[in-house]
Each structure stands twice: as structure tokens, then as C-alpha cells.
Design a protein around this ligand. Structure first.
Ligand code: V4E
Length: 204
């Protein structure tokens, strides 16, 4: 399963000219809607599992290695294959057995309910070696940058971290330029009780 190594950063005004000067290839701008789901008692997010439907396609991010927050970059396993997502949810929601995600969200009394809906306008730059930079503008009024490398094996994480660190240095980004993610800010604004719960549990 792919592992996403990612660092979030503050967007400064000259970011696009800097990325272009470093030979980043602009891939254009897209817009997508993410709907995030959880149980009524937040079994998924309190375990750091993030289930979403992005423009109707299921995706799950789950922690690759618990408690690894020793640097500015995060590591999550990600899958967009429903057949792989269901077994990963099973230990957290025993009711998922033999059901589809559509059934879990679609019944009259659903096991999974939408708790966040975030629209993003994203401009993407690509660099050699699989490194990409996303410049995100969230619909609720928050912007941030993300640099990301997706690797297939645990052994490749150190080189992904090195690529990200090198790009961060070339962009002149330091510790102070690390910013919270869209979900962090969304929950803080619109879901303060869940926000406090996740912050207290060290998940946000
Ligand atoms: C993993 C996670 C969440 C799911 C959303 O992940 P994120 O990469 O922030 O969103 P997005 O829209 O950029 O997805 P992409 O297109 O890159 O796949 S919401 C919260 N988390 C946990 C988390 C965390 N604890 N700390 C940081 C810095 N990021 C995420």
C-alpha cells in the first residue's frame, strides 16, 4: 500500500515564481470536494483514520507508524481501493463486516456519517523524483502548501524525507513555516468539541 510522506507549509506571495525557477512543472489547477465520514462516537478519527469520498471516490488515510511526529513531515498509508479499505476499518467498526461503504453511509440509520465537507482549489507542481507540491485554497477560507512524495516501501521513506527537506531548504522554509492542515483548521472553526478531543489525543 502506498505511503504518503508529506510536509505542510505557509504559502508566501512569491511561491509560484520560486517553484518555476526551480524547474517545477505546473500541472494546472483542479477543484475537488472531500466528504469525510466517521461513526457517531468518532471511532475512526480518534484512531487517526481518515475516510473520505473525493468527488465520489473512496480514500482512506491511516497512520503508517504510530507516534512518529519527530519531524515536520507526516507519514500515512493511503488507499483508494474499497476492497482494501473495508478490512482496515473492520477492527474499528465491527459492523463493517460484509457491507459496502455505500451501505455504511447510505442507510436510514447509517454507521458512518459525514462530519466534514471541504472544497479545495489546488494548483500542482511536479519535480523529478516524484516530488510534488500542491498549493491549496480551501473553500472555508484557508490556504496552505503541501510537499509530498508517495513511496511504495518503508525503506524509501528516508529518501522521501530528504527530498522534502532539500526542497524546503531551497524554498527557504523553516520550522516557523510549518502550518496546520485543512482538517485541523476546519475542525477548530466548525467542530470545536471534536477538535479538542483530537488535539488532546495528539492526533491533530
Ligand atoms: C491524514 C489527516 C487527514 C486527512 C487529510 O489529509 P491531508 O493530506 O491533510 O489532506 P489533503 O486534502 O491535502 O489530501 P491529499 O490530496 O494530500 O491526499 S486530516 C488530518 N490528518 C492527520 C494529519 C496530522 N495529524 N498532521 C498533519 C500535519 N497532517 C495531517
Amino acid at each position: 500500500m502506498p505511503i504518503e510522506v508529506e510536509r505542510k507549509f505557509l504559502i508566501r506571495e512569491d511561491i509560484e515564481s520560486r517553484l518555476q525557477a526551480m524547474d517545477g512543472q505546473c500541472q494546472g489547477t483542479t477543484s475537488f470536494l472531500d466528504r469525510y465520514y466517521d461513526t457517531l462516537d468518532y471511532q475512526l478519527t480518534t484512531s487517526d483514520y481518515w475516510l473520505r469520498s473525493r468527488e465520489g471516490h473512496w480514500q482512506l488515510k491511516s497512520p503508517f507508524c504510530m507516534g512518529q511526529h519527530s519531524c515536520n513531515a507526516t507519514r500515512y498509508q493511503e488507499t483508494d481501493n474499497e476492497a482494501q479499505i473495508l478490512p482496515l476499518l473492520l477492527p474499528l467498526i465491527p459492523q463493517t463486516r460484509h457491507q459496502s461503504l455505500a451501505q455504511l453511509v447510505g442507510s436510514e440509520d447509517p454507521i458512518l456519517r459525514e462530519f466534514a465537507s471541504i472544497r479545495t482549489e489546488r494548483t500542482t507542481y511536479r519535480f523529478p523524483g516524484g516530488l510534488r507540491v500542491d498549493l491549496d485554497q480551501a473553500g472555508f477560507g484557508y490556504q496552505l502548501g503541501e510537499m509530498e512524495v508517495v513511496v511504495g516501501r518503508q525503506e524509501d521513506i528516508p529518501s522521501a524525507l530528504a527530498q522534502i527537506e532539500e526542497l524546503a531548504q531551497n524554498l527557504g522554509l523553516g520550522e516557523a513555516d510549518t502550518v496546520p492542515g485543512k482538517m485541523h483548521v476546519f475542525l477548530q472553526k466548525f467542530h470545536p468539541l471534536l477538535f479538542q478531543k483530537l488535539l488532546g489525543a495528539g492526533i491533530l
